[in-house]
Ligand binder design. Structure first.
Ligand code: NAP
Length: 281
């Protein structure tokens, strides 16, 4: 039976340590989250980010813009935040309405304030084997979990299912930079199970409930489930068929309580790191 990787516990520990540090900071770190429109899920994510930042004593602001905001108005708002000394990190909540060019928005953010690591400058740093100002939140949280549980990465066969800019791609590149042997799978991959079965560390970020079943996992593999889905009963679940795979894996993350809490935790760590860089402390 696998050891449960308890992201909730690890995130709590990290956040408690952060709170001890931020209490002495003056000025305090600043995080601005921009949300466009009324997407219910986005609002929930944004509120939890705001709440966590406020708990840590950050200058935490949420900029709410209407669905029909023009591209130029949004870019102007980002420019304003780029020039605001009280803001160290800027995050634009995705998805954006269709009339907005997402790439232009991301590129408008000063790379020094790119708290999500979406800007091509920072993405390019990772892709070229160098360090960005801060790493993207979800992959960073996953690496922290592996390190916390003393799971070696170097030389391991790792398989990443998913190639999104938010999770799959940066995850694969970060693992490569840490000397893992990396395979990336996606929706056009043939014989997915044959490939996932080669993984010492399997990271699944496809957003498909029960995509990974027991027969697709090697005995003793470390299984990291990034997916957030609803099963037939409406309950939250990941991409991995947890009840069967946990019997075969050596370590496994639950959903909820695995990767999710680490993502928001990384966002807070990133805000503090950007604050330190910008304020030279
Ligand atoms: P995304 O942009 O939809 O990307 C999904 C990726 O999975 C794509 O690359 C897609 O391939 C691939 N894929 C889809 N179906 C597949 C299949 N049957 N076999 C193999 N690959 C398949 O999603 P995302 O933003 O990366 O998020 C992925 C999941 O993680 C979602 O459930 C999301 O809610 C969750 N998530 C969780 C956290 C967290 O903190 N826990 C953070 C971010 C995301 P193609 O490229 O070929 O389309």
């Amino acid at each position: 039976m696998a050891i449960l990787i308890d992201g909730k516990k690890v995130a709590k520990e990290i956040l408690e340590n952060l709170a001890d540090e931020t209490v002495f900071m003056n000025p305090v770190p600043g995080l601005a989250v921009i949300i466009v429109g009324e997407d219910a899920a986005s609002k929930i994510y944004v509120n939890s980010k705001k709440k966590k930042a406020a708990e840590l004593g950050f200058n935490s602001i949420v900029v709410e813009l209407p669905e029909n905001v023009s591209q130029q108005e949004l870019l102007n708002k980002i420019e304003e935040l780029n020039n605001d000394d009280k803001i160290d990190g800027i995050l634009v909540q995705m998805p954006l309405p269709e009339h907005i060019n997402k790439n232009d928005v991301i590129e408008k953010i000063n790379p020094l304030k790119d708290v999500d690591c979406f800007h091509p400058y920072n993405v390019g740093k990772i892709a070229s084997g160098n360090k960005p100002y801060v790493y993207p939140c979800t992959p960073k949280g996953i690496i922290r979990l592996l390190e916390y549980y003393d799971i070696e990465i170097e030389g391991k066969n790792t398989v990443v299912v998913g190639r999104s800019n938010i999770v799959g791609r940066p995850m694969a590149q970060m693992l490569l930079n840490m000397n893992a042997t990396v395979t990336i799978c996606h929706s056009r991959t043939k014989n997915l199970g044959e490939i996932t079965k080669t993984a010492d560390i399997l990271i699944c970020a496809a957003g498909k409930a029960n995509l990974i079943t027991e027969d697709m996992v090697k005995d003793g593999a470390v299984v990291i489930d990034v997916g957030i889905n609803r099963n037939k009963d409406g309950k939250l679940c990941g991409d991995v068929d947890f009840s069967s795979v946990e019997k075969k894996a050596s370590y496994i993350t639950p959903v909820p309580g695995g990767v999710g809490p680490m993502t928001i935790c990384s966002l807070m760590v990133n805000t503090i790191d950007l604050h330190r860089i910008q304020k030279n402390i």
